[in-house]
Design a protein around this ligand. Sequence first.
Ligand code: CO8
Length: 273
Amino acid sequence: MSETDTVEETTTEEYQFLQVEVDDQGIAWLEINRPKALNALNADVLDELRDAMVELVSYEDVLAIVITGAGDKAFVAGADITQFVDMEPAEARAMSQNGQDVMATIEASPIPVIAMINGFALGGGLELAMACHLRVASTNAKLGLPEVSLALIPGFAGTQRLARLASPGVAREWILTGDMYSAEQAMAVGVVNRVVAPEELRESTAKLAKTIIKRGPVAVATALEVIRRGLEVGQTEGENIEADCFGFLFSTEDQKEGAAAFLAKRAPEFQGR
Ligand code: CO8
């Protein structure tokens, strides 16, 4: 799709804790809206996040998703701590698994999901950001996994994702200290992709989304899948998945269009098939 093309606006379901808007470029802006609790994730917010992801990826004209937090203070300040009072071990385990499942739904999206980190991204909030495919942070963002301060550990797959996204050493430092880190520190260890001034956050995030939207959509979805599945297996198996998917892409019209457009020195017009 060329930069000037637009898609028809999509109207989404109403949610209690989410504001969802799809713009005329096909970017769905999904805002977690509990600013008084710094957008903390309770069970209802998690359910809505799952529902919204399922809904948004079902629309043909939604081409990218941006997840962010309402207000100017927080992306998401974690799981809702008020839920932890009197929680039994079995209930906590089930809640952890439910949250992991929501994060996995986000990560499995065939269209790119970008976390736009506009403030605190702590605990479950950072876990949510790490489940997104890319992260753009404002210079005023603070990131960390402070669960040990509550005598807990991350429970929405943060122990696993941080060790893979940054390194096991970084994961141990962040998780064991529970400290907060600046956006620049997070970028230095690979936790965020870009750091921009607060007033440039939305535009920079949109620009990143629009760049990806212009590429071959089937190739983008396939790349996301190969990277995700490859992280679950050993290198040899990962390379087999890559070769299978590389081969598959030669059955798409977009692949023919990509090569033809390159040779004709014109912009490609991908159809997503
Ligand atoms: N849960 C519930 N309420 C919260 C949360 C939260 N995580 N974070 C902030 N709030 C509320 C505050 O209680 C406060 O409410 P009120 O105005 O009613 O008193 C309001 O948001 C504003 O917060 P503060 O007044 O504290 O704002 P400050 O600017 O002073 O501080 C901080 C901001 C530093 C972000 C501070 O609010 C804070 O430390 N928050 C908690 C951060 C945290 O520990 N997050 C990790 C939570 S645990 C977690 O995420 C585990 C995930 C895995 C769960 C697995 C399932 C069982």
